[in-house]
Design a protein around this ligand. Structure first.
Ligand code: ADP
Ligand code: MG
Length: 224
């Protein structure tokens, strides 16, 4: 599902360097990413999603060379094929929960918002136990409920790859386990893969594999 080869990346005005010689994630595989703060975990997810472009190297998702697409191509590819659960959720406060979940279908002509998609959004909200909140605004929900909205939005396009950035970071242990159960069940139904950054070492045994960022050469970080 993900093939990375010889990836090098640096920000324009920073001495931080990310270097990932090789990283593979198979179809259906659930891989956890761990590593110290500032080691480049979020940067890597943004590169895989095509939000950033590597300075050199190859990133292939499915059979698509993401690094070789132009800006518009990467955006459409990401919205249509990758579910991204952001570190701070990035929900839109002035939209209802339902409209937040439907958001991928509102921001590109490549996807068509129709009755079937709305039905799927509501079914996901039911699966994640937030259906009773769909007319409310994200600001009226608890942290755990907002988290579930972000996951519903990431799953709406039925992506074969989900990228999650410390998605369970601020939740109590019961909520964490429950959300992970729901997410894993959804992925398994669709043979989808997951790459999840996490600080929760008690969750690691649930993943197929753990990638430790300390194995990648990164410089410019405090403890390098
Ligand atoms: P992690 O997610 O592992 O905590 P990040 O990928 O967020 O790490 O950040 C890696 C390094 O890149 C940090 O030193 C951070 O300060 C730097 N960084 C992150 N975003 C930017 C940016 N937009 N411009 C310049 N430097 C950045
Ligand atoms: Mg991060």
């Amino acid at each position: 599902m993900i093939h990375i080869q010889g990836l090098e990346f640096r920000y324009a005005h920073s001495d931080f360097r990310l270097s990932v010689p090789s990283l593979q994630v198979g179809a259906r595989e659930r891989v956890a990413v761990i590593g110290p703060s500032g080691s480049g975990k979020t940067t890597l997810l943004n590169l895989i999603a095509g939000i950033f472009v590597p300075n050199s190297g190859e990133i292939t998702v499915g059979n698509v060379p993401v690094h070789a697409l132009d800006d518009a191509g990467r955006r459409v590819f990401r919205i249509s094929n990758i579910g991204f659960v952001f570190q701070d959720f990035e929900l839109i406060d002035y939209l209802s929960v339902l409209d937040n979940i439907l958001h991928p279908y509102r921001i590109t002509r490549a996807l068509r918002l129709n009755k079937e998609v709305r039905g799927r959004a509501i079914a996901l909200a039911e699966q994640m136990a937030i259906a009773k909140h769909i007319k409310r605004r994200p600001g009226e929900l608890s942290q755990g409920e907002r988290q579930r909205v972000a996951i519903c939005r990431a799953l709406l396009t039925q992506p074969k790859l989900v990228l999650a950035d410390e998605a369970t970071g601020n939740l109590d242990p019961d909520n964490k386990t429950q959300i992970l159960d729901l997410l894993f069940a959804n992925l398994a139904e669709r043979d989808a893969a997951l790459l999840a950054v996490t600080h929760d070492h008690d969750l690691l045994p649930r993943f197929d594999r753990v990638e430790d960022f300390r194995a990648f050469r990164a410089s410019g970080e405090a403890n390098a």
